[in-house]
Write a protein that binds this ligand. Structure first.
Ligand SMILES: C[S@@+](CC[C@H](N)C(=O)[O-])C[C@H]1O[C@@H](n2cnc3c(N)ncnc32)[C@H](O)[C@@H]1O
Length: 270
């Protein structure tokens, strides 16, 4: 099993990644971000939605939201978060490597470093191609990761995150393969026991991710340093790349549809 398929990993470390504080901050961010300002009623796919940190504020902003994730546990939490908030969101269990719903969305989002998980670089490109094919012509893909240049500014110092229940998580990063990939070793200490996990994913510079978007067929590709629309420069906190599926007149040469959508084997609408 690959690390990203491990439900136990996402559950055990969820307090670090999906804290109440992050939910509150994300709600404020989604409400005002110019990068998330779409036409009312836009069909938005949150690819790798996790426990729904973005789903609820996106639905509240007036979009028709679908969340896709591989983890059963994450989807259950997403469903509960949406029910608590009183918002309706469609949830689908699927793998981003194969998930395509041809020309079904105005926007595809992939946020909080949910990209670059596959060992084969071609598989990560395939995720972009799938997103391209799931968009209507003129639709937009937005990906938010920790950019290589941003990471270089602080990597080397282990991070300590204290949890509300008295536990804590130590996170140590190691650059691999000449800055191609990053391994993060996590240790969760709680009640006198330690749980360890390691994850490895691809790292992208702004120029590299921009090129990948273009290879997948996107046009008008732009990089930003945060959801406030600031430039991807020395002050950037994130690497956010946005690209547009080419118009119907020029579409059709760059990408191929890989599955039949949510009816594909292994996919399950909830
Ligand atoms: C870092 S979390 C981010 C979740 C969410 N986007 C957020 O902002 O909190 C990454 C998510 O990707 C999901 N995931 C991992 N591999 C996946 C795959 N191959 N296909 C679909 N989802 C996947 C995980 O289950 C997890 O919920």
């Amino acid at each position: 099993m690959h690390w990203y398929e491990d439900d136990g990993f996402w559950s055990d470390f969820s307090e670090t990644m999906f804290s109440g504080r992050r939910r509150a901050e994300t709600a404020a961010l989604v409400a005002r971000s110019p990068l998330l300002d779409f036409a009312p009623g836009s069909r938005v796919l949150d690819l790798c939605c996790g426990p729904g940190v973005y789903l609820v504020p996106l639905a509240r902003r007036g979009y028709a939201v679908t969340g896709v994730d591989l983890s059963e546990v994450m989807l259950e939490r997403a469903g509960a978060a949406c029910a608590d908030a009183g918002v309706e969101v469609r949830l689908v269990r699927a793998d981003m490597l194969t998930h395509v719903e041809p020309e079904s969305y105005d926007v595809v989002l992939n946020v909080f470093t949910s990209f670059g998980y596959f060992d084969d670089p071609g598989d990560n490109l395939q995720v972009l191609r799938n997103a391209h094919d799931s968009l209507v012509p003129g639709g937009r893909l937005v990906i938010d990761v920790m950019g290589k240049e941003v990471l270089a500014g602080w990597i080397g110092r282990p991070q300590l995150v204290e949890l509300d229940d008295g536990g804590y998580v130590v996170q140590r990063d190691t650059v691999l393969d000449d800055w191609s990939r990053l391994r993060t070793d996590w240790t969760l200490v709680r009640g006198g026991t330690a749980r360890e996990a390691s994850i490895t994913s691809f790292l992208y510079s702004g120029a590299e991710l921009r090129s990948l978007f273009e290879e997948a067929g996107f046009t008008k590709v732009e990089c930003y340093g945060d959801f406030d629309g600031s430039p991807y420069d020395q002050r950037a906190r994130r690497l956010i790349v946005s690209g547009v599926r080419e118009s119907a007149a020029t579409a059709g040469t760059a990408a191929t549809v890989t599955t039949g959508g949510t009816g594909a084997p292994g996919e399950e609408e909830r």
